[in-house]
Design a protein around this ligand. Structure first.
Ligand code: PDD
Length: 289
């Protein structure tokens, strides 16, 4: 995982250099994506790329590459890093300016950076016992739909969960549970899987969308609706979704068990449906073949 991409070049991470006057460094004036890779191929590329375009547009940043160029350069990065199962992190900043200035200069060349990171190893404790989460007041900004690198609030909130032995903090604003610090939240009541509606206060998760699709195909009803802490308290199952962890069963919220207090049968079904979808992806010939 040693080779990174920076502004058109593939080079060892130790040789990669970015100016301290990069607006990504000075102002977090930057967006990012994390894309899963299975069998050396980008999985769910289309929705991840669509979200990258939305994030860039929200910052009024010009997309530095065409979609086919992005795909080609990331495929090369995956290959030179040995391929297999991993994830790609990519970041586009507004670029380096001559002096620190809040005002956005015209015509800066963006900084484009990408690296690969190993897939998370399976977590038998998570499979067997599920995850403990806590609730925290959401003190992030009001454009959480942008996949911005300004993640200090997410980092501090995640740390406050870790300090009490929890794996994630679910963020609550005006009584609504919106999402985790780096995951989306879904709740099962009876046969219905619910997740909060998209809007400026949460990130539209690609994994969440796939899980909702798989839930429908597996015979569940799905709903986009506001979830309160009480809704989570009465849920039979609660799950978190994210690119790297895929689907995680939540079995304890603020010390209280969710449903049976163990990963539930619906979780097992959706997890199996995901595995099946992945298998079909791995067996399908690559689009260019
Ligand atoms: N985070 N919500 C937030 C705030 C996130 O940061 C993420 C993902 C998600 C889940 O989105 P997706 O299913 O598209 O990965 C929801 C990435 C993985 C990260 O910051 O590393």
């Amino acid at each position: 995982m040693d080779t990174v991409f920076l502004n058109g070049a593939f080079l060892p991470v130790a040789a990669a250099r970015i100016s301290p006057l990069d607006r990504g460094f000075l102002f977090a004036d930057a967006v990012y994506e994390v894309i899963p890779v299975y069998g050396s191929r980008l999985f769910l590329w289309t929705p991840h790329y669509a979200r990258l375009e939305r994030s860039l547009a929200a910052l009024d940043l010009k997309n530095p590459y065409r979609e086919s160029d992005w795909h080609r350069l990331l495929a090369h990065l995956i290959e030179v890093n040995g391929g297999g199962d991993l994830s790609v992190y990519l970041e586009v900043t507004r670029g380096t300016e001559p002096v620190r200035d809040h005002r956005i200069p015209a015509d800066l060349a963006p900084t484009v950076f990408a690296l690969t990171q190993p897939a998370l190893p399976p977590d038998p404790a998570l499979e067997a016992q599920g995850m403990t989460v806590v609730l925290r007041p959401d003190f992030r900004w009001q454009r959480c739909d942008i996949k911005s690198t300004a993640l200090l609030a997410n980092v501090l909130l995640r740390e406050s969960a870790r300090e009490v032995g929890a794996g994630e903090a679910l963020l609550v604003r005006d009584g609504c549970v919106l999402e985790g610090t780096s995951s989306n939240v879904l709740a099962l009541h009876g046969n219905t899987v619910s997740s909060p509606p998209d809007g400026p206060l949460l990130l539209a998760g690609v994994t969440r969308d796939l899980v909702l699709e798989l839930a429908e195909q597996s015979g569940f009803r799905t709903r986009r609706r506001t979830l309160t802490a009480d809704d989570l308290g009465t849920a039979h199952e609660v799950w978190l979704t994210s690119t790297r962890r895929i689907l995680a069963p939540v079995t304890r919220i603020e010390g209280r068990p969710v449903g049976s207090g163990r990963p539930g049968p619906a979780y097992q079904r959706i997890r199996a449906a995901f595995q099946k979808r992945l298998q079909a992806f791995l067996e399908a010939p690559p689009p260019s073949a």
